[in-house]
Design a protein around this ligand. Structure first.
Ligand code: APR
Length: 241
């Protein structure tokens, strides 16, 4: 594979757009493909408001286990390279579909979480959603007694407007988009990279597999996240230890 020549200094506004494939290098399952979560669990029983209304304990059992597994995982080299680039170039933004918080644990400071976070909970109390990393979590609010709900955008949920608007804003201003580890099949997230393309950005897809949106990208790196970022920016990877 020819190494694309993408010196960071050539770009003003870099956006990393990430999915579950990035965190698969940290031992976390993807959603689709071999070993994918939705191959073992039907989201209609574990990850939608209807399931929660029907059996909140069953939904919390599933999400407590995901919190346990995600809490035990550590950010990978690819997370660290993106965080380092963001620290050194403050105009870099990470837009993620992931809910695991690994970007933040790698030191990233500007992360747009399109699908929420497994580490936040919603409640009817004022000020919610709150961050809560208890394992297991107290499933009812101690203040108001209501069921807490993971602050995750589940299937059939409306998207949260603020992250969607921020993602659109930074993608429309981008001159380099690097998509890492997403199958590009879940909307509206999957359409966001088109905004970078429309803005004239150089668009890079890092994914061992072709995806339904591969045609959008100018460069395809058919390899894993860490390998690709190490190839693109070896000096940064070196500084990540
Ligand atoms: N490096 C990069 N990409 C990888 C790697 C790797 N090491 N390993 C696998 N991949 C790719 C797979 O080829 C696949 O295209 O990661 C992608 C993972 O796809 P999904 O499991 O569908 O994950 P994602 O695209 O993030 O899902 C989007 O779907 O279920 C919802 O809300 C959930 O945010 C999630 C959304």
């Amino acid at each position: 594979m020819m190494t694309p020549d993408l010196p960071l200094e050539r770009f003003e506004h870099i956006v990393f757009f990430t999915g579950a494939g990035l965190s698969s290098e940290c031992g976390l399952p993807t959603y689709r493909g071999e070993g994918g979560i939705w191959g073992s669990y039907d989201y209609q029983d574990y990850a939608c408001q209807r399931a929660f209304d029907r059996d909140p304990d069953r939904v919390w059992d599933f999400h407590d286990e995901r919190r346990r597994v995600m809490g035990a995982a550590a950010p990978g080299l690819a997370h660290s390279v993106m965080a380092k680039i963001q620290q050194e170039r403050t105009t870099t933004v990470i837009v993620t579909q992931n809910i695991d918080g690994l970007h933040q644990r790698a030191g990233a400071v500007d992360v747009v979480e399109l699908h929420g976070s497994v580490w936040r909970v919603r409640c009817s109390c004022p000020g919610a959603p709150f961050e809560n990393k208890d394992l297991p979590i107290e499933r009812r609010c101690v203040a108001c007694g209501a069921w807490r709900r993971p602050d995750i955008v589940w299937f059939e949920d409306p998207m949260q407007q603020a992250p969607l608007e921020r993602a659109a804003e930074v993608l429309m201003a981008s001159d380099l988009l690097v998509s890492i580890g997403t199958s590009g099949v879940v909307y509206p997230a999957a359409q966001l990279p088109r905004m970078a393309k429309a803005a004239g950005a150089m668009c890079v897809e890092i994914n061992p597999q072709e995806t339904p949106v591969s045609g959008l990208y100018d460069i395809h790196m058919r390899t894993g996240a860490a390998e690709a970022l190490r190839t693109l920016w070896p000096a940064v990877a070196e500084r990540c230890g």
